[in-house]
Write a protein that binds this ligand. Structure first.
Ligand SMILES: Nc1nc2c(ncn2[C@@H]2O[C@H](COP(=O)(O)OP(=O)(O)OP(=O)(O)O)[C@@H](O)[C@H]2O)c(=O)[nH]1
Ligand SMILES: [Mg+2]
Length: 423
């Protein structure tokens, strides 16, 4: 598949009780991931099951159907939107190999995107570490298979060492090497953070779901030239910029880092701890939320969950609802109440280019509810009002901004300054 455009079959196995909206949103997100990777989606399918098939994850009948469909549409890759056991991926690999279709799970795809976007050697090392932890068991399984088929006994290593053992040992050594190298970066960065602390810099870290607009806010607040793109996982490294607060002559450091996504296994978060250290060490978290995203609530949950895994649940936090240029006019009246300065005429709203909604109609058709317009409309125009958000999230000092239109940034800066001033 190496030089071809990835033509993907998407499969999601969802529990019987999951709602249509959930199924819809999950497939759409997977499609956005495929687009970010540079692939196209040729088949989409959902299987509702109580439990995944223990051997092949997807049911056998469904597999035959998918192979037929995939062949007809020249698919070269099947991506399963779940975290699949190494054994099951191996079995599936065997079945799809005959049709020249590679089998990936959701994490394989995320790791490939990471690979594409990684800039620094630190990010690359972290991806290698995550890959070994994710792929490792699959490689053992292949080793085991070889051993059974051919009765192979290793000649390297100790006497009588099996292929599986050789492979395990090799992966362990590789993993250790990477961790040693990462430690070196950790030490350098810990040094930087210590120096800043000695200089009495207060720090705020941008966190949030991927594509919420963290890097855009970073650029708007600090002027730092960071990479912004309508892609998932555009940012993989940590960048730090300075925000100068005129009223208090205070300088605050703001850091921008990798975004989160649902179904990230703990090993992957662990592998990126070195990148996330800036957030872990910050005095204040700025949780950025895309206010125009119909799934914002679920995404807030995902982010809060990951913050908990990183032991950050008790840090002071501001909920930064971003992209308010995409919401309707009456809503904007509500915002004027809190503006601290008159910001002049607003620029035209930036058209939303994200693949998320464009892919939506297709998915809705697949799910068989294109005629139920009400459902789809609800999804596109959630009945979220700023008033409700203010009320529901009042403990997190919600602020409503547009990084793009530079709306309400002084309100955000004021809140950052207030909270940090109290610490
Ligand atoms: N309309 C609108 N679009 C925005 C706004 N802020 C960011 N965007 C767009 O949203 C997309 C994602 O922005 P980024 O700043 O790269 O988002 P991020 O949270 O850093 O994303 P990752 O690094 O991928 O996790 C880009 O296409 C931005 O142009 C905004 O205020 N309004
Ligand atoms: Mg970013």
């Amino acid at each position: 598949m190496s030089n071809q455009i990835p033509k993907a079959i998407l499969v999601d196995v969802v529990p019987l009780e999951s709602s249509k909206i959930e199924a819809y949103q999950r497939l759409e997100e997977l499609e956005s991931l495929v687009k970010t990777y540079g692939g196209i989606v040729v088949v989409k399918t959902i299987q509702k099951r109580g439990l995944p098939d223990y051997k092949t994850f997807i049911g056998r009948g469904k597999i035959d159907e998918i192979i037929e469909d995939g062949k007809a549409k020249s698919a070269n890759i099947i991506i399963i939107n779940n975290i699949v056991k190494p054994r099951q991926l191996y079995e599936l690999g065997e079945l799809f190999r005959l049709a020249n279709i590679e089998v990936w799970d959701r994490i394989d795809l995320i790791l490939k995107i990471f690979d594409k976007h990684a800039q620094s050697s630190e990010a690359k090392l972290q991806i290698d570490l995550a890959r070994i932890r994710h792929m490792g068991p699959r490689i053992f399984k292949m080793g085991g298979e070889l051993m059974q088929q051919e009765g192979v006994r290793g000649t390297r290593g100790g006497p009588g060492e099996t292929n599986t053992e050789i492979m395990k040992r090799h992966l362990r050594t590789q993993e250790q090497n990477i961790m040693d190298k990462l430690k070196h970066y950790d030490l350098i960065q810990a040094g930087h953070r210590k120096r800043r602390k000695r200089q009495y810099y207060k720090t705020a870290a941008l966190v949030g779901y991927t594509n919420a607009g963290k890097s855009s806010i970073m650029r708007a607040l600090t002027g730092k030239d960071v990479y912004i793109a309508d892609e998932l996982f555009a940012t993989l490294d940590t960048k730090v910029g300075k925000l100068f607060i005129q009223e208090t002559y205070q300088e605050i450091l703001i850091s921008d880092t990798i975004g989160f996504i649902q179904d990230l296994p703990p090993f992957l978060i662990q592998a990126f701890k070195s990148t996330l250290a800036e957030a872990i060490d910050a005095d204040l978290l700025l949780h950025v939320i895309d206010v125009a995203d119909p799934m914002y609530k679920q995404k807030i949950e995902v982010v809060e969950n990951i913050l908990e895994q990183l032991d950050l649940q008790d840090k002071p936090k501001i909920y930064v609802f971003n992209k308010i240029d995409l919401i309707n006019l009456e809503e904007k009246e509500e915002l004027k109440k809190e503006a601290v300065v008159d910001e002049g005429p607003e620029p035209e709203p930036k058209p939303r280019t994200s693949g998320i909604l464009r892919a939506g109609v297709e998915t809705a058709r697949l799910l068989g509810w294109l005629n139920k317009d009400a459902d789809l409309d609800d999804l596109k125009n959630p009945k979220t009002t700023i008033k409700n958000l203010k009320h529901n999230y009042k403990e997190f000092s919600p602020v409503f901004v547009s990084a793009y239109a530079k709306t309400n940034l002084p309100v955000l800066i004021k809140k950052i300054s207030e909270i940090l001033g109290k610490l």
